[in-house]
Design a protein around this ligand. Structure first.
Ligand SMILES: [Fe+2]
Length: 406
């Protein structure tokens, strides 16, 4: 069979009509003939023709009933149907066309006219297909452009966040690490079916985790002598430090007014505003408590504090991973959402992996590409729970540690 030729199924209960039709068409088309609607549906299980030429007047299942069935099935609905009839009245023609037929040809056929009509419909079908391909491509192009714009927007905002970070974190990496911590926590929540609606929306949104990076953007407004101070802050200085949350939210709000795509910025604003709230209501800026703190803020509190604890600051040495885990455990129900602390404990070893990789990058012993591998893993997998729980701390270690609270 010639694969380049179009295929036509001819349906007519009159055998001589089938023979005549086949003789007219077979030089240019692959032609199959069947003598009833039932046989047509059997044949359609095996082949999908380019056209069906359908007699209207047939015993049992007439042409109208056949086309109704064809249009009900998504597989057969797009196949163009041309009605064949000996009738010559406009009502039956109208009925056929309104049921979805593309044309109407009267019997007996005029062979050249029949060929011309099929040729014409072939042309229309190819043009329809070309138009559809063009529209699909156009859609793809628009999606690609939109993604490019969002990537650019993300890169600008990330750079802005890193510039702010440079001011109080000489070694860097906090912003990048917190993004990964959040990803690990959210994946674990998905696995444990916690807050399924919010969590699945976040996982689907490729910019959700990048919005984490703006949580401390408001620190741009904090003076160097506070950000880089070696000792503890005075109450006045601490008040100024607290304002990085509201100032960050204000900056993001200003950006929001200038751009159309704001989901990313809506997330970023919540992170900036609520990441220092505490479960018992003693946090800032609003003193929200319990579930009144947006889930994002409750999650970020864990990622942010864990990272502050294990990082070196002008006023403190870094703590060990185990000690940081212990402090977060102690803060369950006071500083942190107890349910989320349980989630954290189930994946704490992932936090350690991220922190170790970040340190290797800072020391020049690993590259950011290894983060990219981690990225791929996080994007394609809901992480399996670690094999062993996080190690317990000694009482001595826990006592000597204090949460970082800036
Ligand atoms: Fe902060």
């Amino acid at each position: 069979m010639d694969n380049l030729r179009k295929t036509i199924i001819l349906v007519d209960d009159n055998i001589s009509n089938l023979t005549i039709g086949k003789n007219v068409l077979r030089d240019k088309y692959n032609v199959f003939t069947v003598s009833s609607g039932e046989k047509l549906f059997k044949m359609l299980e095996k082949i999908t023709p380019n056209f069906i030429m359908l007699d209207i007047e047939m015993p049992e299942m007439d042409g109208y009933a056949v086309i109704r069935e064809l249009k009900k099935n998504p597989q057969t609905a797009p196949i163009p149907v041309i009605f064949l009839t000996a009738r010559n009245d406009s009502n039956s023609e109208l009925e056929g066309l309104s049921l979805g037929a593309v044309d109407y040809i009267s019997k007996p056929f005029s062979p050249p006219l029949l060929l011309k009509r099929i040729e014409l419909h072939s042309l229309i079908e190819s043009q329809k297909r070309e138009l559809k391909d063009y529209n699909d491509n156009l859609q793809e192009m628009v999606e690609k452009k939109t993604e490019d714009v969002l990537i650019l927007q993300n890169a600008v905002l990330q750079t802005m966040a890193e510039l702010v970070e440079c001011r109080d974190d000489n070694t860097g990496g906090h912003i990048e690490r917190t993004r990964y911590y959040l990803h690990v926590l959210v994946n674990a929540m998905a696995e444990q079916n916690l807050y399924p609606e919010q969590v699945s929306a976040w996982i689907k949104d490729k910019f959700f985790f990048t919005s984490v990076q703006l949580h401390d953007v408001g620190k741009i407004s904090i003076s160097d002598n506070i950000l880089k101070k070696q000792g503890s802050l005075t109450p006045e200085e601490f008040d100024e430090m607290k304002s990085h949350t509201t100032f960050g939210a204000d900056i993001i709000e200003k950006i929001k007014r200038r751009v159309k795509e704001t989901a990313f910025l809506d997330y970023a604003k919540i992170f900036a505003l609520t990441h220092h709230e505490k479960w018992n209501g003693t946090g800032y800026p609003a003193g929200l408590a319990g579930e009144n703190i947006p889930l994002q803020g409750r999650l970020m509190a864990i990622g942010d504090v864990y990272d502050a604890l294990i990082s070196e600051r002008p006023y403190k040495m870094p703590m060990s991973h185990n000690r940081a885990v212990s402090i977060i455990k102690e803060g369950s129900g006071t500083h942190f959402d107890p349910q989320l602390v349980e989630v954290f404990l189930s994946v704490a070893d992932r936090f350690e992996q991220i922190a170790l990789l970040s340190q290797q990058i800072i020391d020049g012993n690993a590259t950011h590409e290894e983060y990219a591998n981690l990225d791929k893993l996080l994007q394609t997998t809901v992480l399996a729970p670690p094999k062993k729980p996080a190690q317990e701390q000694t009482a001595e270690e826990s006592e000597s540690a204090k949460p970082v609270d800036q």
